[in-house]
Design a protein around this ligand. Structure first.
Ligand SMILES: NC(=O)C1=CN([C@@H]2O[C@H](COP(=O)(O)OP(=O)(O)OC[C@H]3O[C@@H](n4cnc5c(N)ncnc54)[C@H](O)[C@@H]3O)[C@@H](O)[C@H]2O)C=CC1
Ligand SMILES: O=C(CO)COP(=O)(O)O
Length: 330
């Protein structure tokens, strides 16, 4: 069956996912707010700004007209950065969409809660919802390299529709009912990727990186337990899978931001070096509040928060983490 899908947000990730859907012969309208950017995509048949070298199939229609993108769509896929998520969902609400999915990773900038909470608050009647997350760099997906993700949906029917829409020989979706676990994994791994980037930028070595990833996983697990996430989700694609990817490969913008900080750049300079979305830099603050609300110790994540808010420098973060009182591992 051919679906009509509106993809909202034509960054690297919205464009790569639109390409998978378009290559699978679905009718995709790819919305971007910047009309000049849309015009360039129409002429180039490529998103040279965010996903160069990945031709867009004819099934994708770039548009700057929000209403035209939404009207007649079977489902909506939001792929903006988290900072724009609530505004996008508010803009969508008057259209009363019945099925809304998102591939954004992060937390609600206002409440520090999950993104599904925003959709539930802003859209009435409540639509069916789904979140897509996993270890997937947009550039590799755009090039057609094999990848797998998790989809957590509010109904089996919507989950099956997402699997059908994306599935092909190079893109595999696993369903999982645990929306909290899927969203948590995608949000926290960005903060931990900043931490491992800082460590590598300072030249602290492979042992330190492995310790950060592993103890970072312990932080995700503790918070996940408090929030009711399934531990199996947290060691799945949207948790450990994405944590490993983002902490170890320099395609990650969060990791590159951390590398720059670890090499001595100021926060603004490090953001400029990366030049596109660095979710972990924002999520660190939201996560700090979330962990405090549930009284969960997350020492690595809170060091990242204090680092990106300018309260400590990388050397101080290392000292603080290493000089914590010895404790049992589990
Ligand atoms: N790039 C990647 O490999 C992956 C990214 N993600 C997630 O996808 C989300 C989007 O990231 P990217 O596409 O990589 O970002 P990007 O930096 O490539 O592009 C962001 C796009 O969002 C647009 N934007 C910013 N504010 C907006 C607003 N208020 N309304 C509409 N558009 C707005 C920008 O103009 C830009 O086109 C993030 O949450 C990221 O964590 C998830 C998996 C992979
Ligand atoms: O989420 C991602 C890969 O799964 C992309 O990571 P970065 O945002 O760190 O580039």
């Amino acid at each position: 069956m051919v679906d009509r899908i509106a993809v909202l947000g034509a960054g690297a990730w919205g464009s790569a996912l639109a390409k998978v859907l378009g290559d699978n012969q679905h009718e995709v309208r790819l919305w971007a707010r910047d009309a000049d950017h849309v015009q360039a995509m129409v002429i180039d048949r490529e998103n040279r700004r965010h996903l160069p070298g990945c031709p867009l199939p004819d099934t994708i229609e770039p548009t700057a007209d929000f209403a035209a993108a939404i009207t007649g769509s079977d489902w909506i896929l939001v792929a903006t950065p988290s900072v724009a998520f609530r505004a996008t969902i508010r803009r969508l609400a008057p259209f009363r969409p019945q099925r809304v999915a998102w591939a954004t990773k992060g937390l609600d900038a206002d409440s520090g809660g999950f993104l599904h909470g925003i959709v539930e608050q802003e859209i009435t009647p409540e639509p069916q919802i789904a979140v897509l997350s996993g270890p997937t760099f947009a550039a590799e997906v755009g090039q057609g390299l094999p990848a797998a993700m998790t989809v957590a949906a509010s109904s089996d029917d919507f989950a099956a529709q997402m699997v059908d829409a994306f599935h092909c020989e190079r893109f595999r979706l696993y369903t999982n009912p645990d929306m909290v676990g899927v969203e948590l994994g995608g949000a926290v791994k960005n903060v931990l990727a900043v931490a491992t980037g800082v460590s590598d930028g300072m030249g602290l070595g492979a042992n330190a990186r492995a310790a950060l990833v592993t103890r970072g996983m312990a932080e995700i697990t503790r918070l996940g337990a408090a929030l009711g996430a399934d531990p199996r989700t947290l060691i799945g694609l949207a948790g450990l899978g994405d944590l490993l990817l983002t902490c170890t490969d320099d395609q990650s913008r969060n990791r590159r931001f951390g590398l720059a900080l670890g090499r001595g750049a100021a926060i603004d300079e490090a953001l400029e070096v990366v030049g596109s979305t660095v979710e972990g830099a924002r999520t660190a603050a939201e996560l700090y509040s979330l962990a405090a609300r549930y009284a969960i110790e997350m020492p690595i994540c809170s060091c990242v928060y204090r680092l990106v808010s300018g309260a400590i420098d990388p050397a101080r973060a290392v000292t603080e983490l290493m000089e914590r009182t010895p404790k049992a591992e589990v």
